[in-house]
Design a protein around this ligand. Sequence first.
Ligand code: PMP
Length: 397
Amino acid sequence: MMQRALFSRGALLAQQTSAALEGPLAARSAPVLLRQDRSMSSVTIPPPACMLRPLEVPLRYLFGPGPSNVPPRILAAGSRPIIGHLHPEMYEIMNDIKKGIQYAFQTENNMTIAMSGSGHAAMECAVFNTVEPGESVLIAINGIWGERVAEIAERMGANVQRMVKTPGGYFTNTEIEQAIKKHKPVLFFLTHGESSAGLCHPVDGIGDICRKHDCLFLVDTVASLGAAPIFMDKQNIDILYSGSQKALNAPPGTAPISFNDRACHKMFNRKTKPVSYLFDMTHLSNYWGCDGKPARVYHHTGPVSGFFALRESLAILAERGLEESWKKHKEVAAYLYRGLEDLGLKLFVPERDLRLPSVTTIAIPEGYDWREMLTYIMKHHHMEMTGGLGPSIGMVS
Ligand code: PMP
């Protein structure tokens, strides 16, 4: 069957992958096949030499703001055999992921899924579904992530209002309420863990302010989920998203997101369709079994292995417990602060309580080139550390 498919050059051949051809059949017949293929070849571009070399991946200590090193248990989950993305077993796994995210976010929201994509997919999904062109949105910017969401909202035609602080700065609830009163946004965005500055922004009270002024509260926890406390329901957060590759320790490529009833009401009663088909929550809610319909229909092919790994990372978080995970991150961060200060280095965020436990930022010492330092550390210690991003470039490492 496989051999016939190989020579037919038809649709079946297109389905075969080189991995599927490995094994006893390939061992016996590959050289003959290769010779035959070459002599009959119609291709003018030869196979690239790099593709004939084995994959090489160095072992690195990933101490940047993500991705982080992935424990063997999660790597093993990601290497399980592929099953169909619409198989009942896959739905079970997706249901488990939904439960795991609900726990990590501390929410009972039914509309809780994982995006097929990195944190940016969740950012775009949140904005594209809840905002319509011309509507006002207010973005708190104290590092790159607010800037990024402002750009995403601008691209889809929103009327973007910015409140800006220098990296490491934070907004008081009074400042936020004043800006909401002034701009009357349909959505207010805040980054919980600003990885480009190493700041963990206080969240308490902001959800209530948003409710009072009929505005949705959107929070980014890509860099903070599992490392610093967040309580979606208790803190009245309407839309919350995260990423897989930071404190969850899964490979990059999937991103948890959740919408509460207020957010669902807004996104499912819009006049225009969201600009993205892939991120349209009417389809994604069905794919994740959140829309109450009896059948899930094909929308796109989810990253099956990525979902296996995400499930495992959420299982580890559930076994350890959120409070224990927050405590561990805090303890390890405190140990790191002591070590850095003993070396005479200055931490970028002076207020200890505002430091993000998962990403520690060091003020670049006077007279040093941060690029040279990071290259030296990578070359001699195989340790990845990164510089600032966006407005914090040149300020932190
Ligand atoms: N938000 C924050 C706070 C982040 O740290 C990152 C990634 N560094 C993102 C969003 C974007 O996530 P991704 O790179 O997974 O798209």
